[in-house]
Design a protein around this ligand. Structure first.
Ligand code: PLP
Length: 342
């Protein structure tokens, strides 16, 4: 049976060409700064996003955390959307490790206005209050259905941060999906932010790794926190080489994932199915009663999806889903959902 894994773009496997590059990667001890492949990737990422320096981390979770640690002090407040990944899925690390208070903002598709953010900022010298020092935005938004920020909304958040002397971090786990979908280069989003991280391990197709970029000083601090958290990976050039290959050769393929997501949505909407959120990139949320049971029926036929609460199902397109897999997935969805509704 053909297995079609639509649970996440994290399930992508390194391509043959990528594995060859990994096998022959030049390596050294990265904790001593001696891994040439890691150094190359960090410099490449910094240049791509027009920042002074980059830092390779094992995961997006650690990239967000070290970005927060490097730009805040315990007891301060950090603002993010109520659907933000670090708020939901990063095991309260911001509180446990960073000693930070999180104020969340009700969001629309994972995004919020500068006006809403402004209402949450605390700057007063009142001894009762924790002072806000950082805002974190997500682009694309995971729980927001892969939505992308409009550039003027993004700039407005940056202006708010400048005005109030706050730092701005972008959790760009899928930043290049946003770039491809909006035709805005990553450096323009990055110029609004103090720090940006992006994942190599999602739609880009590398097996692991995220990169954080920012000023030399911030990245120097972040490097210390990476070590503190156990993220110094020694001969990480094997991973860095895969990441560099992904950035150089696989970025444009993200367009295909978006196109297949659109085709999937159109085909199922034509059958009367409802999608909960706009899906301009590769993540879709489909409305379905008893999502767990529907996911189990799909799994019986080889299609893996994530039930998301009681009545939502998450479907994610990625580079390991080709046209044949897309067509087959549509067919199986029609069979299963048709039966479920009868
Ligand atoms: C928006 C967002 N941020 C951060 C992460 C964390 O990445 P990782 O799984 O590499 O820790 C994810 C993972 O899905 C994500 O979707």
């Amino acid at each position: 049976m053909m297995r079609i894994d639509l649970r996440s773009d994290t399930v992508t496997k390194p391509s043959g060409a990528m594995r060859k590059i990994m096998a022959s990667a030049e390596v050294g001890d990265d904790v001593y700064g001696e891994d040439p492949s890691v150094n190359r990737l960090e410099a490449y990422a910094a240049e791509l996003l027009n920042k002074e320096a980059g830092l390779l981390l094992p995961t997006g979770t650690m990239a967000n955390l070290v970005a927060y640690l490097a730009q805040t002090r315990p007891g301060e407040t950090l603002i993010m959307s109520e659907g933000a990944h670090p708020f939901h899925y990063e095991h309260a690390n911001v509180a446990m490790v960073g000693g930070l208070l999180v104020r969340t903002i009700p969001d629309i598709f994972g995004k919020f206005t500068a006006e809403k953010a402004a209402a949450q900022i605390v700057l007063e010298d009142d001894p009762h209050l924790s002072i806000t020092t950082l805002i974190s935005v997500e682009n694309t938004t995971n729980r927001g259905g892969g939505a992308c920020w409009d550039f003027h909304e993004f700039e407005a958040i940056a202006a708010l941060c400048r005005k109030n002397k706050l730092r701005l971090h972008c959790d760009g786990a899928r930043l290049f999906n946003a770039c491809v979908a909006t035709n805005i280069e990553a450096r323009y989003f990055a110029q609004c932010c103090d720090t940006v991280c992006f994942c190599l391990s999602k739609g880009l197709g590398a097996p692991a790794g995220s990169v954080l970029v920012g000023t030399r000083e911030t990245i120097h601090r972040a490097r210390r926190y990476r070590k503190m958290l156990g993220g110094g990976m020694r001969q990480a050039g094997v991973i860095a080489a895969a990441g560099l290959y992904a950035l150089e050769h696989q970025m444009d393929d993200l367009r295909n994932d978006h196109e297949r997501a659109r085709r999937f949505r159109r085909a199922l909407e034509a059958e009367g199915n409802i999608f909960a959120l706009p899906s301009p990139t590769n993540i879709l949320y489909m409305q379905i009663a008893n999502a767990d049971a529907a996911a189990a029926l799909l799994a019986d036929r080889g299609v893996l999806v994530l039930a998301h609460g009681r009545d939502l199902m998450r479907v994610v397109f990625h580079r390991d889903i080709d046209d044949a897999a897309l067509e087959r997935a549509i067919e199986i969805f029609k069979q299963v959902l048709g039966n479920a509704q009868n």
